[in-house]
Structures are given as C-alpha cells and as structure tokens.
Design a protein around this ligand. Sequence first.
Ligand SMILES: NC(=O)c1ccc[n+]([C@@H]2O[C@H](COP(=O)([O-])OP(=O)(O)OC[C@H]3O[C@@H](n4cnc5c(N)ncnc54)[C@H](O)[C@@H]3O)[C@@H](O)[C@H]2O)c1
Length: 446
Amino acid sequence: MALKITVIGTGYLGATHAAAMAELGFEVLGLDVVPEKIEMLRRGEVPMYEPGLEELLRRHVAGFEGSTGRLRFTTSYEEAGAFGEVHFVCVNTPQKHGEYACDMSYVESAFSSLAPHLDRPALVVGKSTVPVGSAARLARLLAAQAPAGEAAELAWNPEFLREGFAVDDTLHPDRIVVGVASERAEALLREIYATPVGEGSPFVVMDYPTAELVKTAANSFLATKISFINAMAEVCEAADGDVVKLAEAIGHDERIGKKFLRAGVGFGGGCLPKDIRAFMARAGELGADQALTFLREVDSINMRRRGHMVELTRDAVGGTFLGKRVAVLGATFKPDSDDVRDSPALNVAGQIHLQGGQVTVYDPKGMANARRLFPTLGYADSALEAVRGADAVLHLTEWREFRELDPAVLGEAVTARRILDGRNALDPELWRKAGWTYRALGRPKA
Ligand SMILES: NC(=O)c1ccc[n+]([C@@H]2O[C@H](COP(=O)([O-])OP(=O)(O)OC[C@H]3O[C@@H](n4cnc5c(N)ncnc54)[C@H](O)[C@@H]3O)[C@@H](O)[C@H]2O)c1
C-alpha cells in the first residue's frame, strides 16, 4: 500500500509539494483553509503561476481523465487526520506587522487544528521556514494535544525550492535536509524521498535546531551575496566603474562563483526579506544578535537600491515626476512567477506614483496580483501599450519577454527613448543603437 500523505497549506510550496508527492507514487490529500483555492485545485487549476505545475497536478488530481487519481483536496482537518500517516505542514510564515519577527500564528493554528485528529501513530513534518527553536516547542505541543500522545511525532524538513523552478526543484532537490528526533522518523522520510535520493540527491540528517537553521542560513547567504554585488554597484557608480564587468571577472574565481552576482534593484519576494529579518529577531532573543548585525546592512543595501532606482529615474526625466509618464516593465519579484510579495519592481513603481509620476505597469504573469496590491497604479496589457507616451521605461523584472523586445518598435511608441535597466539584463548596445539612452545600476553612463 502506498504511503498516505497530507499536505497542509497549498500555496506556492504546498501545492507543488502535494503534486510532487503524488508524482512520486503516494496517495496525497492537500488541505487549505481557503475554500476557493481548494475548489480550483480540485478542478485541476493552480491558484498561482508556476511553470509545469498545472500539468503535474492534472496528471494526478482525482477526476481528471487519464489521471492517476492519487491527489485529492479538502478543507477538513478531520479528514486529513483520518487519512494521513505523514502530514507535511506548508503554511505561510510572514513577517509580523511592525516587527522583524516571524508571525507563527498560521503554523500554530495548523498544528492545533491537526493534533486533535491524530489518534494513531503519525509523523508531522514541518516544511515552513520557522525561527530556530520552533520545532522543539511544536513537538511538545503535538504530543500533548494529539490523542496518540508521543506517537504523534515531529520532523523538520526545510524546503529550498525556487519559484519558477519549483516543480523541478521539488522532484530533483539539490539536497534533502531532515531534522529528526527518532530513527522511525528518519526511516519514514527516507521512504518518502527514496526516488530523489536514488537519483543522487544528498539526504542530510540532523537535529531540529540545525535543520531550522540550515534554511535561514542558506537564505542569509544568498541575500548577502546579492547585497554584496549591489554594494559594489554603488562603489562602481561613484568611481565610474562597471559592476557587470566586475561581477564577470570575480565570478571566474570558483570560490566566489558567477551565480547571484547580478547587480540590480535587489531581492524581494515572500522569502529572503522576511527570512533575514526573522533570523535577526530570533538571534536577538537568543542573545546572539551580534552574530547577525551584518544582516541589517544586507537588508539596508537592498532597500537602498529601490530608492536609488527612483532617483536615477527622476534625474533621467529632468528632476521631477510631475507631468511625466513612466512605464514599468515587470511587477513580480522575479521572472517565471506571479508572486508580487515585497517586489522591488512594484515598490519602485509605487514610489514614483507617490511622487507624482504617471506609472503604467506591465507584467507577463503578475498583473492580477499587482492590481490587488497596488490598485492605484496604471496597468497595460502589453509592454508596447505600457510604454506608449512614456518619458522613461524601467526594466525591473528580468522576464525573457523583455529581453526579446525590439527597441526600434518600442522607440516609436515612447515620448523619449530612455531606458533604465534595473536588472542589468538587457543588451545596452542594442538599445543604444536604436537611439535609446540606456542607464543601468552600477554601470557608466554612456
Ligand atoms: N514560496 C517559496 O518559494 C518558498 C520556498 C521555500 C520555503 N518557503 C516557505 O514555505 C512556507 C509557505 O510559503 P508559500 O510561499 O507557499 O506561502 P503561501 O502564502 O503561498 O501559502 C501558504 C498557504 O497556507 C494556507 N494556510 C494558512 N493557514 C493555514 C492553516 N491554518 N491551515 C491550512 N492552510 C493554511 C494559506 O491559505 C496558503 O494557501 C513559508 O514558511 C515560506 O517561507 C517558501
């Protein structure tokens, strides 16, 4: 009999994980507290944009012609408790309002809703990114609240998927990290991940706190790398250097590496910004705040980039946004996603709008989410429509569609041929040849 798995919280992480578990051959029940999401998933529709996820979902969701029928969805914790032998918790852990700390209320709620329904041995596996120390506390809570007592066990299995590559990252993870308190938990997780481990994914076993820390440490490192190159961009601008050449040159040193060295408007999204802040807050509670003071600088370099992008644009249009039209290409925090959480692109668009500019945004997949978050901005249905009459065009999310734009065609639509590349991803020569003034963060003017 195939192992029965529930996935609690079917957002970016959970929906992907649920479909991937079905792909690996398990019987899966996905649960969410938002009935509309569950309805969509039941119809084989993904509530967000993630390449390849809809196909994967439809291969397994019950009721679809030709599907394996291994994947179903519910809003009932009672059903989840009765169904599952292993329960993955994938709910959101956002930043608390007005504080750096992580808001654990969704995780707490998921655990308290599930525990009373665990009346036989079960393994609950946390995947959400949580402050170190949470797992030990939740393990005690689980044993106290579950009718099965100590037989309702906890493991922590942080997730490293990247939006835009979520399906592949989940099916072929570059590592599987498990924090466990028993051999039984480890054995169950080895069974679940047998396929990727068989294909070569490293399986790294550790205790709860280390597993929790691996995730926040990894995100802190990535954030630091991005802010490092953005700090170099600031110095390059001051010294008339070129950060793109600099990154290429230092990237040849394999200890440094080429990845994550693209200077620009910095990182955003539902993970890096809130994760480094929650990490600082938690280190403070533990009396280790000094160890992470550098993350404050990482955060502030990152946020400064957004302001700098606004300033560069204001300069480019003559010192004030009043009466100026600005086209913003990109709304999501990265390409191949519809996620606009803490998106630098929308943040910049919003700031320009507040300073009196008329902003028109276009994004290939993020329009609906962007409209919900920033209803007062202007929106267009294509890049060409967005740039119509613009005094400046801002490239803020590096979608492939934007790299393939024809500068000559766009040039016919704008009022002035000014492009500011906030991602250092366009070809300056191409744009300049078509008569555009091309500016980018950390690069010389001409
Ligand atoms: N998105 C990513 O790329 C990514 C990558 C790695 C780790 N993570 C971590 O995974 C977690 C989830 O992130 P996400 O991006 O999928 O968030 P999300 O907001 O897209 O999804 C969370 C889902 O949980 C549901 N939910 C909330 N409370 C619930 C409850 N009590 N019971 C059942 N469902 C509930 C929400 O309705 C939502 O559908 C976070 O801790 C995040 O840091 C995310």
